[in-house]
Design a protein around this ligand. Structure first.
Ligand code: ADP
Ligand code: MG
Ligand code: MG
Length: 204
């Protein structure tokens, strides 16, 4: 892949939605262990609405797709994850606005997205949140100079798995302190499915 196009963005969201619907129960169970048990429900509702929105629209630019994704997730997901995912996609949309999305621009969009999520959540890497997965993917994008689906998949997976060993200091899981150790972070797992889906589109 040289240019990330509207069709790629659509496939990304379609694959993510399928994965989230399949994994709704798993995400719910992860959130039952260290949160309030609604992450699977929140994400499944949000991405179902994203598909409904995108299927009814035509788009000229990737930025316009990202904007509709952002607005839909913000209004439909709820909880902590809604505004965080919404912010990430809104930042992608703003960075991409009116332009063809080549590798450097995609990376720039991810820089803005990660900065936006951190600011919104007042969070940093290592706090056992979805920031861990987004930041790891960003770091590899910055180190590299072309789209690499295998690298993205491996990077997101390792960062997601690493949240099992860490203690939560942000979000509901932070109330559990040491007892959050030994559990995967639900938002990192849903973010893994998002980047796994993107990696699949890149590798096609
Ligand atoms: P809620 O906790 O409001 O029920 P969800 O269950 O949908 O929301 O989402 C929980 C996920 O959101 C967590 O697993 C974590 O990854 C992410 N999260 C929560 N708080 C923050 C924060 N302050 N910064 C970054 N991510 C966060
Ligand atoms: Mg929850
Ligand atoms: Mg909740």
């Amino acid at each position: 892949m040289e240019i990330f196009q509207v069709e790629h963005a659509r496939k990304w969201m379609k694959a993510t939605n399928e994965r989230i619907q399949e994994k709704k129960q798993e995400l719910t169970e992860l959130d039952q262990a260290i949160g309030d048990g609604d992450h699977g429900i929140n994400m499944a509702r949000g991405f179902r609405e994203v598909m409904t929105k995108l299927d009814g629209e035509t788009y000229q630019h990737v930025a316009d797709v990202m904007k509709d994704v952002a607005m839909t997730l913000m209004s439909k997901v709820g909880g902590a994850a809604g505004p965080l995912y919404g912010t990430a996609f809104l930042k992608l949309s703003m960075a991409f606005k009116g332009q063809d999305v080549d590798y450097p621009l995609f990376t720039k969009g991810m820089e803005d997205a990660v900065a936006g999520v951190k600011q919104r959540g007042k969070s940093e890497v290592g706090e056992k949140t979805l920031v861990d997965v987004w930041s790891a993917v960003l770091e590899k994008l910055q180190e590299n100079d072309h789209f690499d689906g295998s690298l993205m998949l491996d990077t997101a997976k390792a960062a997601m798995e690493n949240t099992k060993e860490t203690m939560a200091t942000k979000g509901r899981a932070a109330y559990l302190k040491e007892r959050s150790i030994g559990h995967l972070d639900p938002g990192s797992v849903s973010s893994f499915y998002l980047f796994e889906s993107l990696a699949g589109v890149i590798r096609e």
